[in-house]
Write a protein that binds this ligand. Structure first.
Ligand code: SAM
Length: 241
């Protein structure tokens, strides 16, 4: 399942690139697992929403040859364009600034697939978000999401060992698979075709904890306390009907 990611990381220079560009659990590995549940080809136009530094964009463009619109809020299109040139995907990847909460600047039915890794929980936790995205994907196309989540809803009972790390942003964004399924089932115009906890959770987190990002030091302590008991990675795939 992880042939592309494993081969990429086996090269020392690539491994350094990954450490410098990860923004959370290894997005290349998470994206590769998510794509294993989809049928992606070089003729597809994909919106990579919340692409960050473009690790998932790189996988979609290099492994599948797809045309990818790499949309993000925090990372500028110029920074991503320079990176896409350096890694040889500038002909396949279109960097663009987007705030998903403010509406998307695309035509209805423009994309075969809306793909989003480790980003949707930041903006997708309202009943309004999924219905607002559906029109941009053509009928028969897919919305595929991978996000960090919880094995169960903490609600008011945050486990004692997690309390030093827990904050209002985590309470808003981290939810169980059942919570997300319930939210998505309320949307019209889609059929939820796949929902599961992802196999790569432990490995993707371990790889993230080797990254150079400044929040990693805190995340190492948090994951020691978490001890594999509470966090998961959640995958949701809906077909546009
Ligand atoms: C943890 S980073 C992950 C980035 C990348 N997908 C990855 O896995 O490496 C979360 C990303 O979500 C993006 N994001 C957060 N809120 C957003 C919004 N309202 N619209 C678009 N992107 C958003 C941020 O810009 C950020 O790059």
């Amino acid at each position: 399942m992880f042939t592309f990611t494993n081969q990429f990381i086996s090269n020392a220079k690539n491994a350094e690139f990954l450490k410098a560009t990860m923004m959370g659990p290894n997005a290349m590995r998470v994206a590769e697992e998510l794509t294993s549940h989809l049928h992606i080809n070089e003729y597809m136009r994909i919106l990579d929403l919340g692409c960050g530094c473009g690790l998932s964009t790189f996988l979609l463009a290099k492994k599948f040859g797809a045309c990818v619109f790499a949309a993000d809020l925090w990372i500028s299109p110029t920074e991503n364009y320079e990176r896409f040139q350096a890694i040889g995907i500038a002909d396949k990847a279109v960097p663009i600034f987007v705030d998903a909460t403010k509406g998307l600047p695309f035509a209805n039915g423009y994309f075969d697939l809306l793909f989003t890794v480790d980003a949707y929980h930041y903006f997708g936790d309202t009943a309004a978000m999924l219905p607002s995205l559906i029109p941009f994907v053509k009928k028969g196309g897919y919305i595929a999401v991978a996000i960090p989540g919880l094995n169960y809803e903490f609600e008011k009972n945050v486990p004692a060992e997690m309390q030093p790390f827990w904050n209002s942003e985590m309470a808003r964004t981290l939810h169980s698979l059942a919570w997300w399924k319930d939210l998505w089932k309320r949307a019209e115009g889609i059929e939820l075709v796949d929902s599961r906890e992802m196999a790569c959770c432990k490995q993707a987190w371990q790889e993230w904890l080797t990254a150079y990002h400044p929040v990693v030091a805190g995340d190492i302590k948090m994951m020691e306390a978490e001890g594999g008991k509470y966090f998961n990675l959640i995958q949701l795939i809906a077909k546009i009907i």
